[in-house]
Design a protein around this ligand. Sequence first.
Ligand SMILES: [Zn+2]
Length: 300
Amino acid sequence: MLAFLFNIRRLTIAFLLCVLTSNSSSDIFFDPARAFQQDFYVQSNLEFTLLHELAHAVIELNDIPILGGQEQAADQIALMLLMMADDFNKKDINPDLLNKLLAISGEWMLVWEEEKHSPPVYWDTHPLAIQRFYEVTCLAYGSNPDKLEALRRDKILPVERAWDCDIEFEKTRQALAWLATKVTDFKFNKTWDLVRVKDSKGLFPGRINVVWIKPNSEEQKQIYRTLKSFTSLAEVLKRINSLLNLKTDITIYMEPFCRAPGAWWDGNKHSITVCYGLIKGFEKNVLLLPDLVKQLKSSE
Ligand SMILES: [Zn+2]
């Protein structure tokens, strides 16, 4: 087990060194300076978090059957929604989207670093942070192996996993297409564009709304101002509202007063809570990246 963990750690070091110091083939797409720019990093991880919690909401409110665990399903739905948003899987790769995925995987990497000092419990429903890292990387790679060959060649994704990532992506995309037929008026056509096939919005008056809880301290007010300045938040919710058929409203509470940082879906209240502590954690983590890279470099 230790040897296995050690090998995983070596691969992780190889990844971080590669993406953060890359000057070869992968720098065409990856731009760590962009991905790890604080606002971009926080927005990307917030967007993923919201889509993950909304995936829980969609699964529960529509009695969607799940194989393989709710958390993996929510991660995959969130990632696919990001990737299918603008032809990422087709011939043109949007570099900003790739950097967004890099920001999300970077967060898993940092969480995994923290888990070394405070080991996670293995009975948790969430996969380990390092497994979520490989999930992001595999789906991204599988969406377009030709264009993202550097991920495999530079051993960011071990060849043993990379081998089947195109199949994993295809299966996940098929699942998303099936889900779309259950919870939207759209379906994917042969070229994987979303097309409207019915109009039943009248039967589904539910909307996703955001409620901002008034902050108290100066630190909370700063986070509030940062969150309010994120245009992507409103854009994501507008897009999901236009796609999703909801019988009832879902309320997203932007909450400064949580006991612990995090975000969660509450099926009884039909609400999603996003704690300011989580945002603070993203802001803190992105600042730790340069030191982590330095430390990993010196241990090479
Ligand atoms: Zn979850």
